[in-house]
Write a protein that binds this ligand. Sequence first.
Ligand SMILES: [Zn+2]
Length: 989
Amino acid sequence: MDNQKKAQENSKDGAAPAQAEEKKLIDFAAIDSKWQQEWQKAKLFESNPDEKRQKFFITFPYPYVNGAPHVGHTYSFLRTDSEARYKRLKGYNVLFPQGFHATGEPIFGTLERLQKGDQNQIDTFKKYGLSDEQIKEFAKGPEFVARFWMGKWTEHLKQAGASIDWRRSFITTQMTPTYSRFIEWQFNLLRRKGYVVQGTHPVVWCAHDQSPTGDHDRYKGEGESTQEFYVIKFTLEDGRIIAPATLRPETIFGVTCMFLNPDTTYYNVRVGADTWILSADAAKKLADQKKDVKIPKEGFSPRELFGKKCKNPVTGTEVVILPATFVKTDHATGIVMSVPAHAPADWATEEELKKNPKMVTEYGVDAAVLSSLKPVAVIKVPGYSEFPAKDACDKFKIKSQNDEKKLEDAKHEIYKKEHYEGTMLAISGKYENMKVDDCKDQLVKDLRAEKKLDSFWETTGEVVCRCMNKCHVKILENQWFLKFSDLEWKADVKECIGQMRMIPEDVRQQFLNCVDWLENKACARRSGMGTPLPWDPEWKVETLSDSVIYMAYYTIARAINEKKVEAKQLPDAVFDYIFLGIGDHKELKSITTLSDKTIAEMRKEFLYYYPLDLRNSGVDLVQNHLTFMLFHHTAIFGKEHWPKGISVNGYVNVEGEKMSKSKGNIIPMSDLVQKYGADLVRINIVASSEGLSDADWKTDAIKSYRRAIEVLFETAELLETLPNTPKPIYGRPEELLESKVNSAIKIADLAYDNMRFRQAGFELVQNGIGAIKSYRQHKESTGEKYNQKVLRACLEKIVIAVAPLLPHVTEEVWHKMGNQTFASTEKYPAVEEDKIKPELAAQEDYVQAVEEDIRKIADVAKISPKKITLIVSAKWKQEELEKIASDVSAGKPFAFDVKMKELMAKDDLKKVAPQVSGFLMSVGKKVHSFSGYKKSDESAILESKSAGIGKKFGEATVKVVSEEDAAKDAALSKKAEKAMPGKPAILLE
Ligand SMILES: [Zn+2]
């Protein structure tokens, strides 16, 4: 782009056009590519073992290569890169590699959607800049697609200034045979150690792929798992079984009727020797959960059942079968047993039917049966009436069985209350007085023994596979599972979590919870791409299982890639030696053609870089990938090689809105970089948030960052023109500049270390660069001489400290200042503690605030003042405010009446009662804004600055008086009462 065009571009969304014309414009694109080339030439980010230096190994989870990076990835990735850059400044030998993930269903899913002509998928690819021809080329197959997107990812990360050691890149699956070999070693080892077991378990299943569907093979429903419902077998007169499914079998004693959906078809399904009545979906699901399930071709309308009765197998009571449209036929068995006393939906439905008998009579049911619907209380709950469901319906104002959202909330509340606090009533016979939870366990055991109860498995929420098929639960027999339920294994993982650094600290508990609830997990699938299980090659290691220890592979990937090591040269024994130190590398000669020098080199590199120091990713990976990583590491590696740190971040919004396809706000990262240059994109997203809060891409925020970058360039240019005098001026402005810059780099240092980039950005840009700007403004407005030495030292400090957030422009400014080294690998500036003077900065802020107030008043009154009178608040106000502020910060609330009474007890204040009352009212309005208030000599500060203030307002004369003195002057006394501590009253003439 030439400069002319760039100027227009800049003025559109950045500096005002008038300014833009005067300024020399920064050519971000040229600066980006210049330094990216220089870094590459200097191999700046290639890391090799160096025993003299401490290492820091940091990673970002390898992305799926079924698309290019967008603004969401930009946040997590650039946080990782910023931290890597910070650690380099702190002197570490930083290893930051990047691989790519092709395993599993994502790429196949993408291809399948393309083949079906899915417009959404086509639009997404077009958004990433692909032509119709390029999309057509994807017909070449999954490997082509994977490599294509791997190329794009690499290109786009480089354009964003990623500081990656690219020599260590690879892509998963058999596209990298040595990596596949590594995964075989991992699984052989896990199996040998008893962590991979064969078993029969419920799994979330895709019938289309005939495969378990792990979290990352899902289009929808990440984090959903399997859940057991209980089927209680009610019998019809003809022996058929009505099979309601419930999570609350203990409410069996309060069933009043049975609900079936009138608008669907039910089936007489043979289950062993029984015949169960089930919805079509339920029948198909059950066939995947039980042996010997036969589904007839023809179903029937439930209308023939309405009005008939079925027998409760526990109480022997006969209950009527009724129509209810709220019954979901694609959830559980499609039949609901009504317990109006304890289920809000059932209460609401029965009430509705009683009020509108037509709802049953239109299905040929005699309205008289409705009078038999009488709630039966089963559970007693403290704080509720006999029928808790009625209470909940009243509370949530539920009118109909179709008030879905309110019913959900009511259900959750009642369920929780009854589960934790409820006890069984006499109607439950031998279960009377039992806690609900205990009763449930015992009852299930008893009824199962009597063959009155069975199980039905359902997903906890909707799960859709990447192939767009809806998933259900299948009981998978003799399949390979990771034994995550193993208590000793869990204990190891908890030990590991206990030793780790977690950023932010809040996520530690999330990890511990996740370890607790994890059950055995299927580790292989049938479809998609991946490494076959070495001992059962019909199955492929699934995507969340072949992506958990590859950080170790990075340490040897350089040697493998450079020496073109082949998979066959890496039998298990070689990996055992490199990663576990088992055996002697000289003895490996008999089983591999790999030289013992290469093997020793790989071992050395692994020992140098491992363990992993920090892995940064989005918080959505805590519940799966990140926890699995810890499980696998503790199973495979020695304790000294367990991961040392994890940092997670929130999600990404765009202009305050969640990203979604329908909103069209998923912006490709390369679009942003092309439009704004890498650095503005980096700082604008990385510094927009921290902790677990969501980040926000706000285009508007870029302006202020661009202005800050301009200040860096302008100051570097200014320095070229300033003489380096032997005895430069050193006064208050210099003192203040050094104080602010040192304070900013000090706070930013700690913030960087804790991945708090919002704070680091704020300190360095607002306070650090802001101080340089104010210093120059002061010198320009007063005509004072610059201190070249101080300004140069401060600019250098800020440039290096802000380099992790603005790597390209800082490199440019650094060289503009005559430096020959790379800013990217300089040392983080040392903080000169003795130069940090908080009171100085506070005074400066105070004077600035006063100046702003003067300006506001002058603007409103539309005058240019000749005389400015500043009235500093009375001593008693300052003293009382200091007391109030200290009380409030000690947790004592501010109460006007109490304080007024207290002050009126003082003789001197009694005389000025109206002023005291006015003062307390002003304080009360925003008492917390005064937190930490300490009185200061405002008069002295203002006196010392009065000349400067006057200069800023057209050489006006400035007079400072105390409120006490002003009170004696009739012209000032009224105004004087308004003076508040820290906020003088102002009179302009
Ligand atoms: Zn599928």
